[in-house]
Write a protein that binds this ligand. Structure first.
Ligand code: NAD
Length: 489
């Protein structure tokens, strides 16, 4: 496979202001050169998106025609999924099993929003004035800056591009500097699908020189951001001047609550998926196990045994279940938080150290934090393969512990007691609750969090409306002249 990664601005591929090396996390070696966008490229991308918004080539297209372009993009994406998966695995270290199935499914997101394009309707208001007709028109918000992190980036960009394009917006998509390969390759599909120049621009670059310039650009009308809370704070400050609309999908410290009445083996398997899939680098990772005290020993024995059988290996091999972390920086952070948690009293039940092989591997780690409620591993989002265990004896204690976090993205509840499932799901503070399952997603279902996990929802019909703004149109139907200029009705 040969690669030529370029920026995609105004319908043209170009090399960028400079290049930087992208590292294969399974070897620690640079595997490709990536083009870097700086102020000049960002400005040209935003200018192209602004122009495209006003040009007949895009705004003159009917909503159905926009939908057809999205269907075409979905088909191209499905066909290109194996190549994109190979690039994503190379660039991020995520195992090929996951990247290939996830990217193929991303096509469904574009299809879902393709179908929505001509269903974004306005409405008529039965206004309380007899000689007035009022209708509400839904118009595109304008130029959207979509800023995404390195993980699940085709998915995280689809939940922004799909609704934005369906609504008639134009987009500058910024890929993470950690692993921009998959999105730069995706730009080729946008081009092939035949979107008019400037409607979708794909760039990459570093936070200060690219992301900050983009999110603070005066001609950007909405920033749709996924990433960490610290970056989100920069984005909110960056948008203060032009007061752009902002949606934030941030991190989590999601509780995984297991009641004694559940099918324990099934819950153990779900817990493995919740925290060790993608080597824990998932915003919805179920990183806090809250286990009913009476089944703690049984659950942990099965869990530790299952974890010992996880197949660690090269991410490009289909049988590998567990690959490296994306960056060495991430591995260092995880190691230091595991060490400080142990000093605070947590006990290592599995892992607790790097795996000795080339690349950025870190062992699947289980820390028993019972009695160490403020262990660093419980309070810090690690975005890695570290599970912190705590116990509860009553339903109320489970809810209190689940909610003792500033985040609120996801929660898992494992119980066969239907009434309890209802009660607990209502009281857990999180945007997503999975009962007897974990990590399930669909284009039809909103996704997003409470608290430090952000605001705004992606996925589902309402997300498309987030890319529109309402225009209220008043029509006076009387032929009588307006008589008194000082009394308006
Ligand atoms: P990050 O916040 O470091 O980077 C995300 C993006 O923001 C990158 O493209 C980066 O270049 C850009 N950026 C950096 N500084 C910027 C600035 N000053 N202005 C504008 N943009 C800037 O995130 P990361 O480390 O790549 O990803 C991990 C984080 O993302 C975790 O916290 C994880 O939980 C979160 N995440 C959330 C979701 C979700 O849907 N809720 C999904 C995946 C990841």
């Amino acid at each position: 496979m040969s690669f030529d990664f370029q920026l995609y601005i105004d319908g043209q591929f170009e090399p960028g202001a400079a290049t930087f090396g992208s590292v294969d996390p399974s070897t620690g070696q640079v595997w490709a050169q990536m083009p870097e966008a700086r102020t000049g490229e960002v400005n040209r991308a935003v200018a192209a998106a602004s122009r495209a918004l006003g040009e007949a080539a895009w705004s003159g297209l009917t909503a159905s025609a926009r939908g057809k372009l999205l269907y075409k993009l979905a088909d191209l994406l499905e066909k290109a999924a194996p190549r994109l998966a190979e690039i994503e695995t190379r660039d991020t270290g995520k195992i090929i099993r996951e990247t290939s199935s996830q990217i193929a499914y991303v096509a469904e997101y574009y299809r879902y929003y393709a179908g929505i394009a001509d269903k974004i309707e306005g409405s008529h208001v039965p206004v309380d004035k007899p000689d007035m007709q009022v209708w509400l028109d839904r118009q595109p918000v304008g130029v959207v800056a979509a800023i995404v992190p390195w993980n699940s980036q085709l998915f995280l960009s689809a939940v922004k591009l799909g609704p934005a394009l369906a609504a008639g917006c134009t987009v500058v998509l910024k890929a993470s500097e950690e692993a921009p390969g998959p999105l730069l390759e995706f730009a080729r599909l946008v081009h092939e699908a035949g979107f008019p120049a400037g409607v979708v621009n794909v760039i990459t670059g570093f936070g200060p020189e690219c992301g900050a310039v983009l999110s603070g650009h005066p001609d950007v009308d909405k920033v749709a951001f996924t990433g960490g809370p610290d970056t989100a704070r920069h984005i909110v400050r960056n948008t203060a001047n032009n007061l752009a609309k902002v949606s934030l999908e941030l991190g989590g410290k999601s509780p995984f609550i297991v009641f004694a009445d559940t099918d324990i083996q099934s819950a153990v398997n779900a817990q493995v998926a919740a925290i060790f899939a993608a080597s824990g680098q998932s915003c919805v990772a179920g990183s806090r196990l809250l286990i009913e005290a009476s089944v703690k020993d049984q659950f942990l024995a099965l869990l530790v045994e299952r974890v010992s059988r996880i197949r660690v290996g090269a991410p490009g091999e289909m049988e590998t279940e567990y690959g490296p972390l994306c960056t060495e920086r991430q591995r260092r952070l995880i190691q230091s938080v595991v060490e400080s948690s142990v000093r605070q009293g947590a006990k290592v039940l599995a892992g607790g150290k790097a795996i000795e092989r080339a690349g950025y591997y870190y062992a699947p780690t289980i820390l028993d934090c019972t009695g160490v409620a403020n262990a660093d591993s419980i309070t810090t989002e690690l975005f890695g393969p570290v599970l912190s265990v705590d116990t509860f004896t009553t339903e109320q204690e489970a809810i209190d512990k689940a909610n003792s976090t500033a985040y609120g993205l996801a929660a898992g509840i494992f119980t066969t007691n239907l009434t309890r499932a209802h009660r607990v799901s209502k009281r857990v503070q999180s945007g997503i609750v999975w009962i007897n399952t974990y990590r399930a997603v669909s284009p039809l279902v909103p996704f997003g969090g409470f608290g430090l996990s952000g605001h705004g929802r992606e996925g589902g019909f309402a997300a498309a409306l987030e890319y529109t703004t309402t225009k209220s149109v008043w029509l006076r139907t009387s032929d009588e002249p307006i008589s008194d200029p000082f009394v308006m009705r």
